[in-house]
Design a protein around this ligand. Structure first.
Ligand code: B12
Length: 212
């Protein structure tokens, strides 16, 4: 854990944060560890926001810092993880309707990709119909729904219901994840599982494809 990096992010010192992360990565630090530090820092900022101690501009800046650091860390992750060449399965991923948080979703999509899955990323604020359309055309074995807001619970549920109404639900496994999600929300949305982070998402996907 790098206190220097966490402090730079939580103090909103953008340049220092990116530089510190770059130095850590260049000196051989575990890229997943660097991302874990970023998540811890963003958790602190999120708590400050909830307590009214900081505001949306700080959230935006925090998001921007993490985006830059993720871009530096990703090639190092691809370098250390020698994913199999043959694709293990197809996955449609997106952040559900009404929610525009995409940093966590992007990390999950990236980790699924480097672990050998063929990933179709629908982006953020994805309408239910777009998920249905993608499942029809891309024919994934797995659908991954991301959401960071409590307001995302119902869109998650509606997405799963829409797959059922379209006769597609039995052909796919559905996992959910993101900030406010947990096992209870997964049960509420009638998803098959909740994954707490990108690694959990990869493990679930491998298990479902019978390659764990
Ligand atoms: C950065 C941020 C923003 C940025 C997002 C930038 C972006 N491009 O994503 C901006 C500024 C846009 C933003 C906006 C808002 N935000 Co905001 N945001 C955050 C913050 C600080 C960090 C989120 C983040 O990216 N974390 C980094 C990721 C990498 O960490 P992680 O969650 O550990 O990631 C892992 C898991 O989530 C998991 N995962 C994610 N998706 C999936 C999917 C699957 C299938 C699986 C298996 C796993 C998985 O894997 C990830 C990688 O390991 C959080 C606070 C927090 N603690 O989360 C608030 C937070 C989510 N935001 C919040 C709020 C309220 C808002 C706003 C409503 C604020 C406003 N008044 O406008 C808006 C909503 C806009 C909208 N319609 O979506 C609240 C939500 C509260 C609630 N109960 O709903 C939070 C919790 C802050 C707080 N404590 O109050 N936000």
């Amino acid at each position: 854990m790098s206190k220097e990096l966490i402090d730079a992010i939580t103090d909103m010192r953008e340049e220092d944060a990116v530089k510190t992360a770059e130095q850590l990565l260049n000196s051989g630090a575990d890229p997943l560890g660097v991302l874990a530090d970023c998540r811890e820092a963003l958790g602190i900022i999120g708590s400050r926001f909830a307590a009214g101690e900081c505001f949306v501009p700080e959230l935006i800046l925090a998001g921007e810092m993490l985006r830059q650091i993720s871009a530096l860390a990703k090639p190092k992750i691809a370098g250390v993880s020698e994913g199999p060449r043959e694709k293990l399965g197809r996955i449609v991923i997106g952040t559900v309707e009404g929610d525009i948080h995409d940093i966590g979703k992007d990390i999950v999509a990236f980790m699924l990709d480097v672990n050998g899955f063929d990933v179709m990323d629908l982006g953020v604020d994805v309408p239910v119909a777009k998920f249905v359309e993608a499942v029809n055309s891309f024919k994934p074995q797995i659908v991954a729904l991301s959401g960071f807001l409590t307001l995302a619970y119902d869109p998650m549920k509606n997405t799963v219901q829409a797959l059922k109404d379209a006769g597609l639900r039995d052909g796919v496994k559905v996992m959910i994840g993101g900030g406010q999600m947990d096992d209870q929300v997964a049960a509420y949305a009638k998803a098959d599982a909740y994954g707490k982070d990108a690694q959990a998402g990869v493990e679930l996907a491998k298990k479902w494809m019978g390659v764990s």
